[in-house]
Design a binder for this molecule. Sequence first.
Ligand SMILES: C[S@@+](CC[C@H](N)C(=O)[O-])C[C@H]1O[C@@H](n2cnc3c(N)ncnc32)[C@H](O)[C@@H]1O
Length: 221
Amino acid sequence: MGDLYPRSHIEIDGPLARYYEQLLNLVTLGKYSTFIENAIRAMDIQPEDKILDLGAGSGYNAEYMVNYLNSDGRILGLDKSRVGIERFREKFQTNPSVRVKNSRIDEPLPYDSEFDKVLTSFVIHGLPHPARENLIKNARKALKPEGKFFILDYGEFELSELPLQIRLPFLAAECEYAYDYISRDWKAILVDFGFKPTGNKEFFDGFTRLLEAEKQSDREL
Ligand SMILES: C[S@@+](CC[C@H](N)C(=O)[O-])C[C@H]1O[C@@H](n2cnc3c(N)ncnc32)[C@H](O)[C@@H]1O
């Protein structure tokens, strides 16, 4: 399904990218927008924050994040989806503080100690593990000292623990990388990559969560 990783289900483009959030609101019976609103609130965004959104899609999360910023705050989204980028630009064409660039996020990025916060939302579960590691390295390098990395994604659980009405759509929609993602200890992985876990806010009984981790200085590693 993906161009980069054929077994990935997150390389979203075309009609799916055009109607992505409407579709998610439909399958969650209207709960998706409230979920994102609550998750973004939990990021404790400050008015002057510089935020990097890795795999920003059509800018749905940016629409909520921008409400917390003043004229000094900035959001930079990175994505490789043609339709996603087109929609992102349409939404923020009158706001130069919110930009999107066509870029891969699983290859080394040029950003170094520039951002207060890095968000990756429903991306990392759909990547093969070495690509996830590259993304995490990009996030750490892009952050200022003590900057915060947020992973908004699935929680950690056994598939067999999920109620059938959630397990069946998960199995239908998700790829093998997602099955691997939910089985890993993400706080331990973040520690290995130079972060200190500082928050874990669960939604939908732990089916999804916002994981928060602070960049540790090289000295502290
Ligand atoms: C499931 S969507 C999530 C979009 C957005 N973060 C959100 O939560 O609404 C995953 C996004 O990651 C992007 N993506 C996947 N692999 C990527 C890669 N290697 N480099 C850049 N973008 C990627 C896709 O184009 C898609 O827009």
